[in-house]
Ligand binder design. Sequence first.
Ligand code: PEP
Length: 252
Amino acid sequence: MRRKLVIGNWKMNGNRAGNTALLSGIVAGLNDAVGKPCADCAVCVPAPYLAQCQAELEGTPVAWGAQDLSVHAAGAYTGEVSAQMLVDFGSTYVLCGHSERRAYHAESSELVAQKTVAALAAGLTPVVCVGETLAQREAGQTEAVICGQLQAVLDVLTVEQVAKLVLAYEPVWAIGTGKTATPEIAQAAHAFLRARLAQKDAAVAQGMQILYGGSMKPENAKELMAQPDIDGGLIGGAALKATDFLGIIQAV
Ligand code: PEP
């Protein structure tokens, strides 16, 4: 039985005072919930706020991490942040290949694969994001696109390394648009990805947490997460309000 996982992607949002209010709201909500939450949860924050997460979340059920990392370990790479730096501030997760990085920073699937390798080497859990644009979906290319994005990562990893990944299916047309994939559309993509993973290793495919991302909110989370191959959510907008983020966790 795969455990559900809910990760908030704050994108480039936040400030010190607002972060404290948001994080303490999430922690208080989880502490108030009856029994142990049935999902693991984490927030992926802008790198400057990792220290704040470490100070305010250590010892709570909320893990934290970053939204990107460098492929390089150290050196003359102005502006880059290494995997080890993320680890230094207690990070557990790092997003790799979010569609906004692919679109605005020209990240290729090969670069995403290298970032995944760098994250694993430092002991981080990479959350590898794949997803098609609206034009690609309308052209019937969804499976080819997400398969190519996944394959680039699988090509450079051993089975043992693949077992340490989290995968996120995020249709680009559903991110930040308010247009959520129907549970059927999302389930079909998740089942397809799991079948591709099974070609690498059946047991690893069965154990892999595959998150859905794209305008998930408390109102639609329950139905999405009830699908057999949807193991949680990667949440953008709704992760910025404690009640919404908690509502999604409670929908599990
Ligand atoms: C995301 O940024 O990964 C995301 C899913 O955003 P939103 O929930 O706002 O669509």
